[in-house]
Design a binder for this molecule. Sequence first.
Ligand code: MG
Length: 372
Amino acid sequence: MDRRDFFKASIGTIGLLSMGLPVFAGENNMPKKRIQLSYKLYDLKLKHTWTIARGSRDIATIILTELECDGITGIGEAALSTSSRYGETQESVMDFLKKVDFPENLCLLEREKTLEYVDSIAPGNYAAKAAVDIALHDWVGKKLGIPLFKLWGLSKEKTPLTSFSIGLDSIENMILKVQEAEQYPILKIKVGKDNDKEIISSIRKVTKKPIRVDANEAWKSKEVALENILWMQDQGIEFIEQPMPTSHLEETAWLRERVNIPIIADESVGRLKDIAKLQNAFDGINIKLMKCGGLQEALKMIYAARAMNMKVMMGCMIESSVGISAAAHLSPMIDYADLDGNLLISNDPYHGAKVKEGKLILKDSAGLGLVV
Ligand code: MG
């Protein structure tokens, strides 16, 4: 069975499963439509158990999509956060994708109209929407015969360096991971346990690289957060991401007045509409395609953040090269990249944007530039 048959079989399989019927591989019996969306589950295997303040995992299941029209196929992906922080599950993503039924006369080149239709299907479901948005952008790039960065008028020389993330672990293992990450010039360290200072000072002893710190909402008291950040800024930490829970906006604004390194919003920012209220509490935002619903929304967020004089970072979940390449094509517009999801896995289903000594490398091939 080739790749295309597998996707078609997947639609048939999911349909049969939902009807409680036995599962057969092969074509489904539905009449073929001009615009066809199909999807399948894929288990990404992590090189190391991935642990952050909220939980751990060894496998991250993604949902790969294919959008087919006029003989061109666009590839997309939905990836979920550790412990389903944003309320989506594999089932909810597939339920959403099942509902996508593009009008026959729709022109996919009209991205805004196409995505308005996708957005109108149901509220929320942003990872599922991103899976359609990414496949649509890949399709449009292929249709026009240009890489996505050219669609937005960007130059690939301006891609930033990406950080490489070190998940929470024993200090010995975190140091081993730092040593394994020798080829990456910037590190992002996850904290949020009771030995955060010990983690950072132990890592500082073995590397002089720029370090960014992500607390994933772990510090619940503003006094503890202040003490930690003041200590970390003395250790030369470049910035701190989401020190306090999203509900602690006033406390975060209080913190920001008292520290000298940027505070970047991650869990506090999903889509465009969230940015304005964060202006006093945060210096910048971390945009993730899986939180905002895809590239079209991400682009609007970048312009909005710039207008509010905020820094822009792009991050990711544990993702394959599909989602990472999509974000990488927008990365010439941003200040900080944390696009390492595909570097943490051992069975990437595609090759796309690469990382060379930390720098994101984009190809000139059409769309996302993915190769199986
Ligand atoms: Mg984060």
